[in-house]
Design a protein around this ligand. Structure first.
Ligand code: NAP
Length: 326
């Protein structure tokens, strides 16, 4: 029996650099992917003011502008954008099924580029201060803190890497950690202990971010052992208390690593053939716009090859990215 519902050749989830690059490549090679995104499209780059390290922009580029340009490029190659929340996926058999709000979508390949969200301190003010003294990415924003005093919150591998990186610019970096020993692996921890431009506040949390009209002026620190509080002057606060991959939707259906990142191999293949993952949802290490875009490109090429190799007994007739059952 034929079904009236179309089956799309490719659906892409997420509209950051990984998802949009996947859409550009898919649209250009096969036509018309569906890209599903949430109510605030563009991913983490939309919270960054200036992106200085994306190749091709010698003067830097605004994060939102970069994402808008990627979106226009994806549109040019026929991407159809669907706004909504994916509430459920079924990847047990092809066509894969997903529900956007209540609407069912079916597809032969799925590219997951749902990203990761930085964990925040929960002070309520952090997100509003992105680009005005609060950052979750030293590689992106460290440059703006030349000769300034900055604080890094956290004690894991990311925090120590951010602290060491920031000493290239900042006058002094103070690591604020809630315990009296680092979680970071010893080889990385040694680098902060050996760096005389990094100071420590142990057993300490940031209880408030202090601001004036121009942005951050300092933090209020609270020592958890003594209860003492103090105002600490700084121009930048780098929050490095971990990331949360946006992978919950796929739990139990795809293989994850111990931290909930989707496991990939041979590029962007997941544990389910035909499902590919790109960008931060599968990358706990690099987390850069350019690496996300790179894996988005890989996912599109791998999805295309997967479609090329699909056996024809699928009984589908496909045109312009949309298939119908015969
Ligand atoms: P992480 O290992 O989870 O460390 C998070 C740090 O933030 C911990 O020190 C934690 O304190 C602290 N923290 C968490 N919530 C907090 C809160 N609400 N307030 C204050 N502090 C808080 O995260 P990560 O450093 O981003 O690393 C994630 C994963 O990526 C790890 O597996 C790591 O090894 C890996 N990674 C590897 C590299 C590398 O190999 N070069 C680089 C970066 C990341 P506690 O210690 O008290 O829990």
């Amino acid at each position: 029996m034929s079904s009236p519902d179309p089956i799309y050749e490719s659906i892409i989830l997420g509209s950051g650099p990984a998802g949009l690059t996947a859409a550009i490549y898919t649209g250009r090679s096969r036509c018309c992917p569906i890209l599903i995104h949430g109510h605030q499209p563009g991913g983490q780059l939309t919270t960054t003011t200036a992106v200085d390290n994306y190749p091709g922009f010698p003067q830097g580029v605004d994060g939102p502008e970069l994402m808008e340009n990627m979106r226009l490029q994806a549109e040019r190659f026929g991407t159809q954008f669907v706004e909504g929340k994916v509430t459920r996926v079924e990847l047990g058999e092809r066509p894969f099924r997903l529900w956007v709000d209540d609407q069912l979508y079916r597809c032969l390949t799925l590219i997951i580029a749902t990203g990761a969200s930085p964990r925040l301190l929960g002070l309520g003010t952090e997100e509003a201060l992105y680009g005005h003294g609060v950052s979750v990415c030293a590689t992106c924003d460290g440059f703006f803190y030349r000769d300034k005093e900055v604080v890094v919150v956290g004690g894991g591998d990311t925090a120590v890497e951010e602290a060491v990186f920031l000493t290239r610019f900042a006058k002094r970096v103070t690591m604020v950690h809630r315990r009296d020993e680092l979680r970071a692996t010893p080889v990385l921890a040694q680098r902060v202990f050996a760096n005389d431009r990094i100071a420590f506040r142990w057993d300490t949390v940031v209880s408030e971010i202090l601001t004036d009209q121009a942005g951050v002026t300092g933090v209020r620190l609270k020592n958890l052992k003594t209860g003492e509080e103090e105002n600490f002057a700084c121009a930048g606060v780098f929050i490095a208390i971990g990331h949360q991959p946006n992978s919950a939707l796929f739990k139990g259906q795809l293989d994850f690593d111990k931290d909930g990142y989707i496991q990939t191999r041979n590029g962007t293949e997941t544990s389910v053939p035909g499902v590919f993952a790109a960008g931060d949802v599968q990358d706990p290490i690099f987390r850069q716009a350019i690496t996300a875009a790179g894996t988005g490109c890989m996912a599109a090429i791998q999805a295309e090859r997967f479609l090329d190799d699909l056996p024809s007994e699928a009984q589908l007739s496909c045109q312009k990215g949309i298939c119908t059952e015969q």
